[in-house]
Design a protein around this ligand. Structure first.
Ligand code: NAP
Length: 233
């Protein structure tokens, strides 16, 4: 399947009220894909997306809430991210345990594809960002779990590891993609990260891929599908 119009599944977006998550929702709606969002705050999600999406309220700490959210969805895209060193929004609770819970409940409920926003440098335990609650290490553990669970028969995954995130419209930059976590610096628009995860839903060549991505230069793009052809083997 290689076109948006061929994709008919419903997609759950976790972290939909975040800066990248909002772009994931917008790009899904742009392609006419039905969206359900999973949010802690119904009013916040409603004020952002109105009636254009289904909203399921719950906590990422609750198996039951997540099971409700994923039931009936064909794919999940997670743009969850921690925002405090400790407590319910810490890297351990959100980037690792929350995402792992979402992966496991998704697999149990028959979700076919799982896309996630991870981070460049996620394999570098000595990276200074790990001073923030071991955030990169926690993301790496979640990535490993996703690769294990969603590479099994009938399931697929796409893991995008962006450089530093910036705001702005999608498709305004030529991108540089790589694998093996060899990049050390670079920026990318959240909207392009969202676009890469959305087109991965219907691109066979995007399945079971883990890759880094940053901006190379300002340059209008017709689409980002071509970057999946450019991933090194
Ligand atoms: N910032 C960077 O330069 C950078 C670089 C590489 C990768 N990343 C990663 O990219 C991802 C997206 O970043 P972003 O800047 O778009 O993030 P963001 O705006 O902070 O959004 C994070 C999302 O996670 C949700 N969340 C946080 N704690 C939660 C909890 N306890 N339970 C349920 N939901 C929770 C937030 O919900 P609420 O809206 O309800 O708070 C929000 O929807 C993150 O994983 C981040 O680590 C960031």
């Amino acid at each position: 399947m290689d076109t948006a119009t061929a994709y008919k599944g419903k997609v759950l977006v976790a972290g939909a009220t975040g800066k990248t998550g909002q772009w994931v929702v917008r790009r899904l709606l742009h392609y006419g894909v039905p969206v359900r969002v999973f949010s802690r705050e119904r009013e916040k999600a409603l004020s952002m997306f109105g009636e254009s999406v289904e909203i399921v309220t719950g906590k990422i700490q609750s198996d039951v809430d997540i099971a409700d959210a994923v039931t009936g969805c064909d794919a999940v895209i997670s743009a969850l991210g921690s925002s405090s060193v400790s407590g319910e929004s810490s890297p351990g609770e959100v980037d690792r345990d929350g995402v792992i819970r979402l992966i496991d409940e998704s697999a149990k409920k028959g979700v076919k594809h799982f896309g996630i926003v991870s981070s460049m440098a996620v394999t570098k335990w000595y990276h200074p960002l790990n001073l923030f609650g071991g955030v990169l290490l926690k993301k790496w553990e979640a990535e490993e779990h996703l690769r294990k669970v969603f590479s099994q028969a009938g399931r697929t995954y796409t893991i995008v590891r962006p450089g530093g995130l910036k705001d702005g419209e999608p498709l305004h930059h030529k991108l540089h993609v790589d694998i093996g976590d060899r990049l050390w610096s670079g920026w990318i628009n959240r909207s392009d990260v969202a676009e890469l995860l959305v087109v991965a839903l219907w691109l066979d060549k995007a399945k079971n891929k883990t890759f880094e991505v940053i901006n190379e230069a300002e340059e209008e793009q017709k689409g980002l599908e071509k970057y999946y052809d450019r991933l090194p083997e």
